[in-house]
Structure formats: structure tokens, C-alpha cells
Design a protein around this ligand. Structure first.
Ligand SMILES: *Cc1c(COP(=O)(O)O)cnc(C)c1O
Length: 430
């Protein structure tokens, strides 16, 4: 069974983020089913999904509450156009998102994946200024940032591996240095650098887009909330939008429901996706303020409307998965439980720090990263750790030489032990 799926797959599928030639030696892993934090293959093996399948399955696989809600919705309304029409799951989800996100984010614009939410936020920001008589075609982002891989999102990102090739195709964006570590002093230094850029080019810039607290694809780089608080003040001062890309950090990952809460700020726009549907279905939203909404609100012939759309915008099945996800947050003590679990993980990290190939160990909420040192990119150390841990029943997918845990919140303490033991042995072996 396994081999025939693999052969057929390689005949037909071009996989994401993959050099397909790798699969001449690296076997694909066909998955038959998922339950809780486990993925099951066709040969009776199970794997702990320690990365929540690319950071989305926050409550694991085949969650009974989400399953039920989506099944019920399936027999009611699977899809309807969201222009001119509406439906209960979208309305209810929008209302609940407004209630749980920072004060002042009152309008919800639906899209269908993270990158498209970022595209929406960039276009919305540019268009807002245009509607107010200003042409601001430059964007600002943090060094080492990641915001997705469509052209606009790639333009505001700064991970060379993904961006370099497409440079001639991109829109204008400049970077300001991300705080170099989690210390408050590093945040203060980076804020001085931010202000210098804003003083210099502030009037050209439409928006400053940031990943709050943690830069995910940039190697789980973490910084102090103070930076966000300062960035909010500065962007206000210079009339620039602050876009919080909480696609990865949203829904409890950082220890609070949203990363922005730790800095006590309301951005002008907040992009959400990934955990939004519990990892079930593609969906994203851009939350924004009444002020921005109003800049587009006028008679049709004034031509100020935001004419952006995607076919699957606000899909009812995806919205119902989102509602079930919010139900779980409301009904169970997820954030408190996560706090205990991340403290537990923290208490077991000293052992890693003692390894001579470990450069740094860092943690924010339910993300723990172990950065290795002394390896050249050609050694593909991450791949070695991936292969080893898979053979031990744990799915880890290091970012270069950064190994990280981003498990579903339902992981138990014993399962944390197993996940960490496998990672430890993997790091020790290489
Ligand atoms: C994953 C991610 C995106 C892109 O989302 P996709 O759904 O993969 O397009 C954007 N920003 C951040 C911070 C992400 O982690």
C-alpha cells in the first residue's frame, strides 16, 4: 500500500516547499489517518505531530467538537457567494472575532489563506491612503520577517531563501532591524532604529507590517512586547498603519489569545489564519478599524470601494470549523493549561543547553526553539534531525538549524516527554 501511494504521488504531485529530487532518497510519508496529536501511516506506525502540521492543528486531528460542527454545516450549507449574500457561520464568526480581538478592531474582511490576508492588508492600507489623497507605495517590515509567499506577501518578507529569486517581481519594501533577542534593551535599540527610518521616509510609507513577538519562518526568532508598544506609538505619530500579522501567533500560541495583547496595543489591521479553523479548512480574515472601513464608504461613483475578492471567501464549512475552535477556547481552560505545559517544557530545557552544539534555547508560550551552532547550510542538519525523529515516531520539521516544538495544545505531559526525548537524542547524535 505504502509504496504504491508513493509511486503514484511522485508521478502526479509537485509538493510545496520541496526540492522534488530529494525524494529519490527521502521517502514520502503517506498518512492514512489522524487522531489527537497523532498521525497514522499505512504500516501501523504513529507519529506525534509536534509542529501541528505546519502550525495549524492547534487542537490536534479529528477533534470531536470540530468534526461535529463541520458535519452539521455540511448538511446545511456548504458554500455560498459572500458578495450580495451572507450566512450565519460568517456573521457569527465575525461577531465573535470582534469580541475577542483587541478593542477597536470592529470589521472583518474574509479571505481564504494567510498570504491572501496579507495581500488584502497591504492593498487595503495603500488604498486607504489613496482614498485620503496620498500615494504611499512603500511598505516597511522587520528584518528576518515572513508573511507568506504570494508576490505582495513575499515583498514584505525578508527570508532570503524564499525571496531572492523573485526580487525583480516585487513591490517596494524596506526593512527595519528586528530586536536581536528577547531583552527589553534590544527592543529599545530597535525602536531607535525604527524612528530613524520613519523620520527619514515616513511620508512615503503606507504600513509597517510585523509578526508580533515571534518571527516564525524566520527561525522562531523572539522579541520583547515592548517593541510592539513602541512601534504602535511611532506608527501613529507618523500616520502609518500598523499591520499585525498574527497568522501564526494568533489563537493562543504565544501564551495569550493574540500576541498584541502582551503589548496592550490595537493594530490598524490584524491578519488571522492558521489556527483560526483549528487546522481544518483554509480561511483567513483581516480585522480592521471603523476608521479604515469608513475611508472606503461612499457613493459607488466616487470609486473608493475595496474591490478585492476570492472565490472561497468566508466559506461556511471553514467558518463553522472556526466557530467550533472558538467554542473550545471558551469551554476549556486552554490558555491556563498551555501555561502549565510551557512551564513544564521550560523546566526540561537545561539539558539541551548543556549540549555543545546548542547555541540558544528560547521559548514564548507554546513555541520552544532550540538553535544549533557549528553547521554549514550544505550539511542540512535540519533534515538529519527530521529523518531521525520520524524514525522515532515524532514529526519535527526544523527551520535550518532551528529545531522547534509547536505541538497541538492537547498534548499530554507524557507525550511532551517523548517529544523532547526524541529531539534531545537527535541533537546529540548529529
Ligand atoms: C504561514 C504564515 C503566512 C502565510 O500563510 P499561508 O496560509 O501559508 O499563505 C503569513 N504570515 C505568517 C506569520 C505565517 O506564519
Amino acid at each position: 500500500m505504502n509504496q504504491s501511494i508513493i509511486d503514484k504521488d511522485l508521478d502526479y504531485i509537485w509538493h510545496p516547499c520541496t526540492q522534488m529530487k530529494d525524494h529519490e532518497t527521502l521517502p514520502l510519508v503517506p498518512i492514512k489517518s489522524g487522531k489527537g496529536i497523532y498521525l497514522y501511516d499505512f504500516e501501523g506506525n504513529k507519529y506525534i505531530d509536534a509542529i501541528s502540521s505546519w502550525w495549524v492543528n492547534i487542537f490536534g486531528h479529528s477533534n470531536p467538537k470540530i468534526n461535529d460542527r463541520v458535519k452539521e454545516q455540511l448538511d446545511t450549507l456548504e458554500h455560498v457567494i459572500l458578495a450580495g449574500f451572507t450566512h450565519t457561520p460568517a456573521v457569527e464568526l465575525a461577531e465573535r472575532l470582534v469580541n475577542i480581538t483587541p478593542e477597536g478592531l470592529n470589521k472583518v474582511f474574509f479571505a481564504d489563506n494567510g498570504s491572501s490576508a496579507v495581500e488584502v492588508s497591504l492593498k487595503m492600507s495603500y488604498h486607504y491612503h489613496l482614498n485620503n489623497g496620498e500615494n504611499r507605495s512603500l511598505f516597511l517590515s522587520l528584518s528576518n520577517s515572513y508573511h507568506g509567499e504570494t508576490l505582495g506577501a513575499l515583498s514584505v518578507g525578508d527570508v532570503k531563501l524564499y525571496k531572492e529569486t523573485y526580487k525583480p517581481l516585487l513591490i517596494s519594501c524596506i526593512q527595519t532591524p528586528v530586536p536581536k533577542d528577547k531583552r527589553i534593551d534590544s527592543a529599545k535599540i530597535a525602536l531607535v532604529e525604527l524612528e530613524e527610518i520613519l523620520e527619514d521616509r515616513g511620508s512615503e510609507i503606507s504600513a509597517f507590517i510585523v509578526e508580533p513577538l515571534i518571527q516564525g519562518a524566520g527561525g522562531m526568532h523572539m522579541y520583547h512586547p515592548y517593541y510592539l508598544t513602541g512601534a504602535r506609538e511611532l506608527t501613529k505619530k507618523y500616520g502609518i498603519h500598523l499591520i499585525a500579522d498574527e497568522i501564526m501567533t494568533g489563537f493562543g500560541r504565544t501564551g495569550t489569545m493574540f500576541g498584541c495583547e502582551q503589548a496592550d496595543i490595537t493594530p490598524d489591521m490584524m491578519c488571522l489564519s492558521k489556527g483560526l479553523t483549528g487546522g481544518y479548512l483554509p480561511l483567513s480574515v483581516v480585522m480592521t478599524t471603523n476608521n479604515i472601513y469608513k475611508a472606503f464608504y461612499c457613493d459607488y461613483n466616487e470609486h473608493k470601494a475595496f474591490l478585492h475578492s476570492h472565490s472561497y471567501t468566508g466559506n461556511p464549512l471553514a467558518c463553522s470549523a472556526g466557530l467550533a475552535t472558538l467554542d473550545i477556547f471558551e469551554q476549556e481552560n486552554i490558555l491556563e493549561d498551555n501555561k502549565k505545559k510551557s512551564d513544564y517544557i521550560l523546566s526540561k530545557l537545561d539539558k539541551f543547553r548543556e549540549l555543545e552544539n546548542v547555541k540558544e534555547v528560547r521559548q514564548t508560550g507554546m513555541i520552544t526553539a532550540i538553535e544549533l551552532k557549528g553547521y554549514k547550510p550544505e550539511e542540512r542538519i535540519g533534515l538529519k534531525i527530521y529523518t531521525y525523529s520520524l524514525s522515532q515516531g515524532v514529526l519535527l520539521r526544523p527551520l535550518g538549524s532551528v529545531i522547534y516544538f509547536m505541538p497541538p495544545y492537547i498534548i499530554t505531559y507524557e507525550e511532551i516527554d517523548k517529544m523532547m526525548k526524541v529531539a534531545y537524542n537527535g541533537i546529540k547524535r548529529v
